[in-house]
Design a protein around this ligand. Sequence first.
Ligand SMILES: CC(C)(COP(=O)(O)OP(=O)(O)OC[C@H]1O[C@@H](n2cnc3c(N)ncnc32)[C@H](O)[C@@H]1OP(=O)(O)O)[C@@H](O)C(=O)NCCC(=O)NCCS
Length: 160
Amino acid sequence: MDMPLVISPLSFFDVPQVAEMIATNSIWQRYGIDYDTAYSVFAKALDRGETIYSGSVIEQIAGFIWFDLRATFYYSGGIRWLAVHPDFQNKGIGKLLMQFAEDKIFEKCPNVFLLAADFNASAHQFYETLGYEKVGELRDYFKRGITEWIYRKTKGPVVP
Ligand SMILES: CC(C)(COP(=O)(O)OP(=O)(O)OC[C@H]1O[C@@H](n2cnc3c(N)ncnc32)[C@H](O)[C@@H]1OP(=O)(O)O)[C@@H](O)C(=O)NCCC(=O)NCCS
């Protein structure tokens, strides 16, 4: 990417932009997530004190990542939501946001997990390029009829 990506905590002021990014994306539309739902999910998360990170290019939000340091299976980090605006895709921004999250997670624990919908072949290729391995499937987890593929990136087991 020619322009530097600035990664910083998302503010309430940014919520409309990221809610719009989710609501206009066909992936989340399959789950029935509209603008109001997405807005509420982000606003409540910020209210609870959770940190979501945006990636901006010349002060425009190009994407965001929401992750947990230790929420998966008690001892592992997890990527919750990741999206790059269509105008900014395929420029390395998704990879930079993932590297940012992984750096923070791997400081605390040696495994990162995430879920990707069975129909999201593009995301499967993206995560596999980044070194994630498909380790399982969850049928009807978020929504009946959709299987979530479980991906893991590991530096080793929890107990060294
Ligand atoms: C998936 C997504 C986050 C990828 O972000 P991006 O900024 O477009 O991806 P990048 O440009 O950083 O790509 C990083 C690497 O993955 C590869 N990659 C990305 N998408 C790919 C695809 N569809 N097929 C093959 N490789 C792909 C790139 O070639 C690149 O490889 P390289 O490092 O060897 O050059 C983005 O497309 C997106 O927001 N999609 C819609 C929402 C979504 O699916 N989110 C994930 C939900 S689980």
